[in-house]
Design a protein around this ligand. Structure first.
Ligand code: A3P
Length: 301
């Protein structure tokens, strides 16, 4: 595996995140009202964070004056494995966390099996998103090659693809990541809401409603007839978010331009990149790893 990836608790953890994951596991104290957006990287995290934030906070903000118009969605939640988040200058991560307004909104790429006990045992809710592995791979390959974060090396398509098929990718293997949350969502549907990027594309309205119901804040008939769901969909749409000034020229941090989170936003762009042998190979891996799980994906638009 590349040197920046370490096999840590059975997943490939970027070395930059190891301390963060450890302190998340050790220090995090969940509250029953917590909401966690969990995902494998490049599967629609940014979109789901925006939809969740807008749904949960819909009473606080008007469409004209919404934080999502001026902030990258990632800056509106706290990433649970981010080291910076836990090692702040007051040296008291718990105080920092307990000062957040409720419901606290978090994001994480940590696999289900590596989440802290406290998150599992509380009534905190988890919304997970995944995406067909073909598009996930393509999106990740392009994204990580554009990141200025060293020592991440630029990889040729073929090399990156081999690693992806072996599961040697950030927070991989991707099949274990998906299956961990998938199984939990079947066992505890009130704990984990399992979403797919493709389903969201097909019917955002339905899924915004199910997110609200899952989180215990369903839309009222009045809100529905006022078009509140539609305005959340519009606000969080790819077209709208991509062109916002903050996402065109803003930066998430020293290394990451906000525009990197908005590329094409489509299902099936992989057809423009995959060779026939790549299609055969990844299809086989998917069959081998996911068959019998009941988990399947839409591959084309
Ligand atoms: P593509 O690279 O295929 O375009 P993540 O947010 O997990 O990093 O995932 C990024 C992927 O989600 C990118 O896919 C990006 O374009 C897409 N995306 C970002 N915002 C979106 C939105 N509001 N609606 C649909 N797709 C979106």
């Amino acid at each position: 595996a590349p040197t920046y990836l370490c096999l840590f608790q059975e997943f490939w953890c970027p070395d930059l995140f190891i301390e963060g994951v450890k302190s998340f596991q050790k220090c995090f104290e969940a509250k029953d009202s917590d909401v966690v957006v969990a995902s494998f990287p490049k599967t629609g995290t940014t979109w789901l964070i925006a939809l969740t934030f807008a749904t949960v906070n819909r009473k606080h903000f008007s469409a004209e004056n919404h934080p999502l118009l001026t902030s990258n969605p990632h800056t509106l939640v706290s990433c649970l494995e981010s080291k910076i988040f836990f090692v702040d200058e007051i040296h008291d991560p718990l105080l920092h966390l307990s000062n957040m307004l409720e419901p606290r909104l978090f994001s994480t790429h940590t696999p289900f099996t590596a989440l802290p006990k406290s998150l599992n045992e509380s009534n905190a809710k988890i919304i997970y998103i995944c995406r067909n592995p073909f598009d996930t791979f393509l999106s990740a390959w392009i994204y990580f090659n554009k990141l200025m974060l060293k020592p991440l090396p630029a990889l040729e398509l073929e090399e990156a693809f081999e690693m992806f098929c072996d599961g040697r990718v950030i927070f991989g293997p991707w099949w274990s990541h998906m299956l961990g949350y998938w199984k939990e969502s079947l066992a505890r549907p009130n704990k984990v809401l399992f979403l797919k990027y493709e389903d969201l594309k097909e019917n955002v309205n339905f899924h915004v409603k199910s997110i609200a119901e899952f989180l215990g804040c369903p839309f009222t008939a009045e809100e529905e007839s006022d078009g509140d769901i539609e305005s959340i969909m519009k606000l969080c749409s790819f077209e709208k978010m991509k062109d916002l000034e903050v996402n065109v020229s803003g930066k998430l941090d020293k290394f990451i331009d906000n525009k990197l989170f908005f590329r094409k936003g489509e299902i099936g762009d992989w057809v423009n990149y995959f060779s026939p042998s790549m299609i055969t190979k990844l299809s086989k891996v998917i069959e081998e790893k996911l068959s019998g799980s009941g988990l399947s994906f839409k591959m084309y638009a």
